[in-house]
Design a protein around this ligand. Sequence first.
Ligand code: SAH
Length: 394
Amino acid sequence: MTYPEIILHRGKEESLLRFHPWVFSGAIRHLPKDIEEGDVVRVFAADGRMLGTGHYQIGSIAVRILTWDDEPIDDDFYVRRLTAAYNMRRALGIASPDTTAYRMVHGEGDFLPGLIVDVYGDTAVVQAHSPGMHFARNMVAQALVKITGSGICNVYYKSETTLPYKAQLDATNEYLIGDFTTDVAVEQGLKFHVDWLRGQKTGFFVDQRDNRMLLQHYSHGRKVLNMFCYTGGFSVYALRGGATEVCSVDSSAKAIALTEANVALNFADTAPHRAEAVDAFDYLAQMPTGRYDLIILDPPAFAKHRGALKNALRGYQRLNARAFEKIAPGGILFTFSCSQAVSREQFRLAVFSAAAQTGRRVRILHQLTQPADHPVNIYHPEGEYLKGLVLYVE
Ligand code: SAH
């Protein structure tokens, strides 16, 4: 296979030699004239050394390296990479009858930059974030079915909103293989409806699995407020943990309907749960002080890019300050940020400022992150995005 060849400026091979999988456009000395977005390309240092093979795209990240070896990017390549990803999930006990909702591919963390695959029962939801992965979608879909035996029989492609807008790929959300069978997936023994057709992202936030289990542990006998509940993941765990009362809040009426459906899927209709479709800030403002002694704050990413960082940090501070003001003495606060642009230190500082502002005595019980099916490639620290703190508020 002959792929177009890209040559870097002298010295610009350094980060690639340290296995960081991105080539920035400024590092490129020679780009073939007929190259097209999404092409597989081979990357060379100025001295002629072959560095790796990856997907080319227009923009600040020009190449995402798929392999450091000189190998073809074909069906076999995807079969090998996806097998490695699947075997790891199985070896860790994540993909099991008890948990059929999990992330099978986490981009750079699984050496497949630009690709996300979440599995819900017998359906895989594939998301491409690069033109190269968009063009590889059918190879990926076929490999997924092949390597899981009959484990995965439906592959839904959902990239309408994740591909770079300027690439004008006009991707359609559709089943590449199979069709709708069931929307129920299991997470640590709890059942959830997952709406990949209309829901946010791939339909469910699998990245909170471990943190939900910890929440369950602390829920016994507590009054729990689950802010930004989406499909009610934390609420269902709180009920299993023996919370005396759970209130789920989300501004989206659709999310609230899904939360109610998920509670009903797991518990009798006498379960001490209610849900409200209101704005989180409004809810906290009108809520009586001391009403809840376990509060979860899991807002959407406040900073989608670096430019929004300052406002995002202010947003985290404001939100957490409301929770510190209102939580009962001896309360536990689970607070999260999923913004990639916000570092762990910056988030901690925003929460720290909120605590100081309210004068409550606050201690850190746990520092949380994303679970093992969202691995961080050690050479690509940007892959770490989920940050959480569990705080004891006196
Ligand atoms: N905790 C959830 C995931 C949260 S995703 C889980 O474990 O699955 C973020 C959610 O915040 C979305 O459902 C979105 O509808 C909701 N949201 C966004 N802005 C909001 C606001 N101002 N008030 C309340 N909910 C909001």
